[in-house]
Design a protein around this ligand. Structure first.
Ligand code: HEM
Length: 477
């Protein structure tokens, strides 16, 4: 009787709750509209679950930072477990193994460790630019290959081939399928997980166990190969080999299960997110030639036009850094962050029941007009102080998440995104595609409604600048 009420939300039906009202196309935009009727906390009931959509930087920080332990858990995704992702850092409960795996990943990626991976990143980025010089029309394939190739060299130390890339694409599609809300009956009735595969209606279990077997071999085969190599005394250098050596010599605070979790999470966590932001950069720079001109002018002035920018140049390129922030803000890579409180909570006089799916609307923070003037305009200049105002908030304060589950790969992501943006702009002018009459036509700016939000398919052209860099790179091949 004395309990606080649930937050407000649209009225649902007795049987289906709010299922029929759930938006499927860019739901984060629809939920932002709904705040005008219901305020920043919107409560829904669907798929047999309590769902809470939270808006605003303040409430996100209050719950995920100030009540960090209470909101450190992800919602339960039965299909994530069935497809073998249960040891993945991103889906695990916030337990001892998860904490160790996060800390291990962070220590392998921190600025000191950058001495080890920085040169590999620069070499792989140069290869990306060379591939763009050879076949610019295949740019999407080159970007995906580049991300997979770097992350494999970083984690396992080996170069990838076509078969590996095909398998990686398949696994990434499985992950996106497994996470689709409403796609699987077992996510609504978790007890189905215990029924045998051969029963009618259990087709999802067969699909999941095949997906699981593929995922396990994708990670386990290279892991075991490196372990054998390290045990035979090799001096391989990569995250798994370096950490295994320290663990075996008793010089590490980490252990093998934490290393397996880190190694099996890094590929999924790093490649789709970074691909989404790099493709978004290409779309936004194609459609904003004035931004591109300013960015290139800065590179020409600071770096010159006879070499590619290096990681060490980043601090001297403020406009490139502002472009990077604005790409993060304009369409956040993960527009909604899911968490689930481990016990009942009260916030702003409302009750949030234990196990609620709490979805933090990151897109709406990025488009909040109290934080960003003209939020729907792509304008890197907003990230500089002016005579009238301070710089607007760095969006990476929320696009990488909050609290105990904040992205452990942000240092690598920041370095990699900067390097790709600056090297592409120093070698190419990125221009709109030509239409049937041979005239340039701007691609529409539109995004997918998936968990990781990508630009919808679009085209652009890579026109080599007349500074000779493209020819120089072609000669090095
Ligand atoms: C543009 C690039 C990236 C963006 C925007 C991004 C964003 C995010 C976000 C929003 C989360 C959820 C945070 C939360 O719940 O508070 C996350 C989690 C995670 N990210 Fe990233 N990420 C990026 C790149 C990377 C890279 C390069 C790596 C690894 C090398 C990585 C590894 C992870 C892992 C392991 C998690 C799960 C953490 C956990 O659940 O405890 N991410 N990322």
């Amino acid at each position: 009787r004395l309990r606080a009420p649930l937050p407000p939300g649209p009225k649902g039906t007795l049987w289906h709750g709010n299922l029929h009202q759930l938006p499927w196309v860019e739901p984060w935009k629809v939920f932002t509209e709904w705040t005008k009727s219901y305020g920043p906390l919107i409560y829904l009931h669907a798929y047999g679950r309590n769902i809470l959509i939270v808006h605003g930087f303040g409430p996100a920080a209050d719950l995920m930072d100030k009540r960090a332990l209470l909101y450190a858990r992800r919602p339960k995704w039965s299909m994530a477990a069935l497809t073998g992702r249960s040891q993945n850092i991103a889906f695990m409960d916030h337990n001892e193994r998860q904490r160790k795996a996060r800390a291990l990943m962070q220590s392998a990626l921190n600025p000191r460790a950058q001495r080890e991976w920085g040169p590999v990143l620069e070499a792989e980025t140069t290869k990306l630019i060379q591939n763009l010089v050879i076949s610019p029309e295949d740019y999407k394939r080159h970007v995906k290959w580049y991300l997979a190739s770097f992350i494999n060299r970083f984690t396992f130390g080996f170069e990838i081939d076509d078969a590996h890339q095909k398998m990686a694409d398949e696994l990434s599609a499985h992950t996106q399928q497994a996470l689709r809300p409403g796609r699987w009956v077992v996510d609504i009735v978790p007890a189905l997980i215990y029924l045998p595969e051969w029963l009618p209606g259990m087709g999802f279990k067969r699909w999941a166990s095949e997906a699981k077997a593929k995922f396990n071999s994708f990670v386990d085969v290279p892991f075991q190969a490196i372990k054998r190599s390290v045990m035979s005394g090799s001096d391989d250098r990569c995250m798994v080999a370096n950490m295994l050596r320290e663990i075996m010599q008793g010089e590490s605070k980490f252990d093998e299960p934490a290393l397996i979790s880190a190694a099996s999470s890094i590929y999924t966590a790093a490649t789709d997110t970074t691909a989404a932001i790099l493709l978004n950069f290409l779309l936004l720079i194609t459609t904003h030639p004035e931004v591109q001109q300013k960015a290139y002018a800065e590179i020409r002035e600071i770096v010159g036009s006879d070499r590619l920018p290096h990681l060490a140049d980043q601090a001297s390129l403020p406009y490139i850094n502002a472009v990077m922030k604005e790409v993060h803000r304009f369409n956040p890579v993960t527009p909604m962050i899911p968490r689930s409180p481990v016990q009942d909570d009260n916030y702003n006089d409302y009750r949030i029941p234990q196990d609620t799916w709490v979805m933090f609307n990151i897109w709406s923070i990025a488009h909040d007009s109290t934080l960003y003037a003209d939020p729907d305009v792509f304008r890197p200049e907003r990230h500089f102080a002016s005579s009238k105002a301070e710089p607007e908030m760095d969006p990476r304060e929320f696009t990488f998440g909050f609290g105990k589950r904040i992205c452990p790969g942000s240092a690598l992501a920041n370095a990699q995104i900067y390097l790709v943006i600056s090297t592409i702009l120093s070698v190419f002018e990125v221009r709109p595609p030509l239409n049937d009459e041979g005239r340039e036509e701007m691609p529409p700016i539109a995004y997918t409604s998936t968990f990781v939000s990508f630009p919808k398919p679009f085209s652009c052209r890579f026109v080599p600048r007349n500074n000779g860099l493209a020819q120089q790179l072609a000669l090095m091949i």
